[in-house]
Each structure stands twice: as structure tokens, then as C-alpha cells.
Design a protein. Structure first.
Length: 282
């Protein structure tokens, strides 16, 4: 669970550092579209540091998934929004409302309940059918992105965000389905390709959702997609369990943590400035 929380801290902090770098790149002027802006942002040390934290977060996520039930890891990763909110309040001078501070506390309470109730990861290896199903889901994420990109406004952001969440969910499950790092096994395991497709698809869909629609709507879809489905697969097919007699606490903690994360959905992408945040609240 410590690794899962560490991953959440890395992802949440990286979001704010990259937002600061992107803002600095935009303020520096220069011509070009999104690609040029990205190239200017990469020259900022904060953006590079954010990428490094993303990489470290992914490693910690993989370690967590090999020792903690998927439902606990998913809820912990969703809590990165709480980290982003707190970091944004300090580094970007974004003023959090009393409701948002309460939501941060709710997320922490939910994770504490999950930590108390979570058992060890399930011992079920996962069937060949499940591995192929994850590969199909990875392809489905790409198809969902093609369809969602043609929808208007809020519907587009929700579908793309949900697709991104499903992609990250495919990654979570696929990590558990890779039972050997031997190259021969990796190349013949459908879960390997599911992981690559799910991760790449999720990144593209989330980027598109945040650029072309409501951040709050997209992030809400992301949180739902990356937590509920993978948690159910972990419990039903991979043998994830709770500590004896504490299943009710795990369910409550999961629900509380996700509810708190959804309340902080606008921090799925840190706002560019405090002024913009104030404008959004008017």
C-alpha cells in the first residue's frame, strides 16, 4: 500500500509541475501550435522533473500491483487528485474551498479504511481467456477513442475520459497477468500487448479529452473507468480478498475514496493560474 500511495504522490505532484512548466512556456511567447508549446515546455526543468516523477510513479504502481489488491491500488491512484489539489494550493496559489478541503480529508479517510481492510493480492494466475479479453479491451479503448473524438462538447470529454480510465484499468489488470519477465514468455503473452495498447491508448485519449473538453467531466470519467472495472476483475477472477471480516470496511473505504476523488475532479489538470480558477468559480 505504501508503494501505491507513493505512486499517487508522484502522479499528483507531476501534474502540478507540468502545469507550471506549460504556463511558463506559454508566457514565453513564440509561434506554433500545441507541438511548439510542448517543445518549449520540455525545456523547463519542472516539466522534466514531472516526467521523472511520472516514471517513478509507474514503477511504484507496478510494484504495488504485484503485492496489493487491484481495488486498493486503483483507489490510491485516484487519490492523486487530492495530492494535485494540495500542491496546486501551494505552488499555483489556487484557493481551495471548504468543500474541496473536506474532499481531501474524505479521500484520506477512505484510503485509511482501505489500508486497514486490504489483504494480500489474489493468488489466481488469470486464465488465458482473461488475457485475451484484456487484449480485446485494449483494442476497444482505441475504438472508443475514435468514436468519442467525434462527439460534441461534454459528451466527448466524458467518453474520452472514460476511455482513458478503461485504458489505465487494462494496464492495472495486465500487470497482474504477466507472470514471467522472460522475453519468450513476454512475446507470447497477450497481456503484454494489452498493457502496451491500454497504456498508449489511455495517454492519447486523456490528452485529447483535456484539450478538447471539460477537465472536470473528463477526469470524472477517468476515475470511474480506472477503478470500478479493474477492482471487480481482481475480486472475481484474480482472487483479491480483504482481511477476515473486514470486507464491509474495504467496500466503504473504496466508495469513500472514489467519491472524494470525484469531488476533486477539476484538479485532473491543474489550472493554469489562480485568476483562471477565480473566473471559473464566478
Amino acid at each position: 500500500m505504501v508503494c501505491a500511495l507513493g505512486a499517487a504522490v508522484c502522479f499528483g505532484t507531476a501534474t502540478v509541475l507540468q502545469a507550471i512548466a506549460a504556463r511558463a512556456a506559454a508566457e514565453s511567447g513564440g509561434s506554433g501550435g500545441d507541438a511548439a508549446l510542448l517543445l518549449r515546455a520540455v525545456r523547463q526543468w519542472r516539466y522534466v522533473a514531472g516526467l521523472g516523477l511520472d516514471g517513478l510513479g509507474f514503477v511504484l504502481q507496478v510494484v504495488a500491483l504485484r503485492s496489493v489488491p487491484i481495488y486498493a491500488v486503483g483507489a490510491a491512484l485516484a487519490s492523486s487528485l487530492a495530492v494535485t489539489a494540495v500542491a496546486a494550493s501551494r505552488l499555483l496559489r489556487v484557493r481551495l474551498s471548504a468543500v474541496e478541503w473536506t474532499a481531501v480529508g474524505v479521500v484520506c479517510a477512505g484510503l485509511a479504511m482501505l489500508g486497514l481492510a486490504s489483504g494480500t493480492e489474489g493468488s489466481e494466475p488469470g486464465s488465458a481467456a482473461l488475457k485475451w479479453a484484456m487484449l480485446g479491451a485494449g483494442l476497444g479503448v482505441l475504438a472508443l477513442g475514435a468514436v468519442g473524438g467525434r462527439l460534441p462538447g461534454r459528451g466527448r470529454a466524458l467518453v474520452l475520459g472514460l476511455g482513458a480510465g478503461l485504458g489505465f484499468g487494462v494496464v492495472e489488470v495486465s500487470v497482474r497477468l504477466i507472470d514471467s519477465l522472460d522475453p519468450a514468455h513476454l512475446l507470447t503473452n497477450p497481456a503484454t500487448y494489452a498493457l502496451l495498447l491500454g497504456g498508449a491508448g489511455a495517454f492519447v485519449l486523456l490528452t485529447s479529452a483535456l484539450q478538447r473538453g471539460s477537465v472536470t467531466t473528463a477526469t470524472a470519467g477517468l476515475v470511474i473507468g480506472e477503478t470500478i472495472g479493474p477492482a471487480a476483475i481482481g475480486v472475481i477472477w484474480l482472487g483479491d480478498r480483504t482481511r477476515e471480516g473486514l470486507a464491509w470496511l474495504a467496500v466503504l473505504g473504496f466508495a469513500v475514496a472514489i467519491a472524494g476523488a470525484l469531488a476533486l475532479a477539476r484538479f485532473g489538470e491543474a489550472p493554469a493560474s489562480a485568476e483562471e480558477t477565480a473566473t471559473e468559480k464566478v
